[in-house]
Design a protein around this ligand. Structure first.
Ligand code: SF4
Length: 346
């Protein structure tokens, strides 16, 4: 079990974890909120290092990342547990694990093996996904360092709850930050994720972009009656525009009833289209509907000349006309990151 990178020693052998924004204060022998860090004799240890729950080669579009190495495969790997408790979690079988022994008994894939698997599966990069990557931070850091040595791209699919100091440690080795923004009020975050302090999620996403030049895309899973009102949607859209820039993609995805939210219906398509209109009205150039196969908004159309530049259907992607980060027809900046280093920098 590796020692955590970010913790401070407190009186009485207690420790404070600095990995995520919970900043848990943990008594000897006890665990943090995520259950994957434990105070062992006055130091903090990560219990889930390299203990993999799931891994597979996935289209990068499935993360979803639409403006980042389009059409490539990302070796996608997940661990156990979470620092949020979302009632509608799509991956609750692994994220709801509260017993670190389940993680500790799982298969071990060391960072070197992760790189080998990525290359053997003909993937161009690694995505830490399925559960929150921040709760096995040391593992993702070791993997990301090795991946960059091998010329692979690196992606965090995250709820955004990493602390700024943790971000600053892994920032040099991460290329993309796919962050979930669930709503724009305290009450929504409390109801959806049992989180009360959420605004630092926005600051950390802005820091990922401005300080570390990561490619950032935002996702909001729209859940009927919970976060489908205009206050939430306008708040998110305006923040993306002002904080991250008009070229930042916003994925508004369809909720389906599952886990502890089986009483709610699937999101009506009209609600998602309304969110699309809100995003566009806020000045966002790219709003994509998710979990709606075949919808016309899956593809990328240049906002300047109106031509199709990337065609998508499900997870089939065809790059029609890109020149690096720009439209291949008119040269408008579209904010793509491309293999070979072509990419947009503000
Ligand atoms: S990573 Fe886990 S232990 Fe550390 S602050 Fe977050 S929830 Fe607490």
């Amino acid at each position: 079990m590796p020692e955590a990178m970010l913790f401070e020693k407190l009186s009485g052998s207690r420790v404070r974890c600095g990995t995520c924004q919970w900043r848990c204060s943990i008594n000897p022998g006890r665990f943090g909120v995520c259950r994957m860090y434990q105070n062992v004799g006055g130091t903090l240890q990560n219990l889930s290092y390299a203990r993999v729950s799931s891994m597979t080669a996935d289209p990068i579009e499935k993360k979803p990342l639409f403006h980042f190495f389009p059409g490539t495969q990302a070796f996608s790997v997940g661990g156990w547990g979470c620092n949020f408790q979302c009632r509608g979690c799509q991956n609750w079988q692994i994220s709801s694990v509260r017993n670190h022994n389940q993680a500790y008994g799982a298969r071990e894939i060391l960072p070197e093996q992760l790189i080998e698997l990525t290359e053997r599966n003909n993937c161009q990069g690694i995505a830490w996904t399925y559960n929150e990557p921040g709760i096995w931070f040391e593992y993702t850091l070791d993997g990301a360092r090795l991946a960059k040595e091998k010329g692979l791209y690196t992606v965090y699919v995250t709820n955004g709850y990493l602390t700024p100091e943790a971000l600053d440690i892994i920032g040099p080795y991460l290329d993309a930050w796919r962050v979930d923004v669930k709503g724009f009020t305290d009450s929504v975050y409390r109801r959806l994720a049992r989180i009360t302090h959420w605004r630092e999620i926005l600051e950390v996403a802005e820091r990922a972009k401005t300080k570390w030049n990561m490619h950032v895309e935002v996702i909001t899973n729209i859940i009927p009656t919970l976060n489908d009102d205009d206050e939430q949607l306008q708040g998110i859209a305006r923040w993306i525009h002002d904080g991250l820039g008009e070229l930042t993609p916003w994925h508004v995805t369809r909720f389906h009833p599952q886990y502890q939210m089986t009483e709610l219906p699937s999101t009506p398509i009209a609600t998602l289209e309304h969110a699309y209109d809100i995003g566009r009205a806020a000045g966002l150039r790219f709003v994509y509907l998710g979990n709606v196969p075949g919808h016309e908004s899956e593809s990328t159309v240049c906002y300047s000349c109106g031509k199709l530049v990337v065609a998508r259907s499900g997870y089939q992607t065809n790059v029609v006309a890109l020149n690096g980060s720009k439209c291949g027809y008119c040269g408008a900046e579209l904010g793509f990151r491309m293999p070979g280093g072509g990419g947009h920098n503000d």
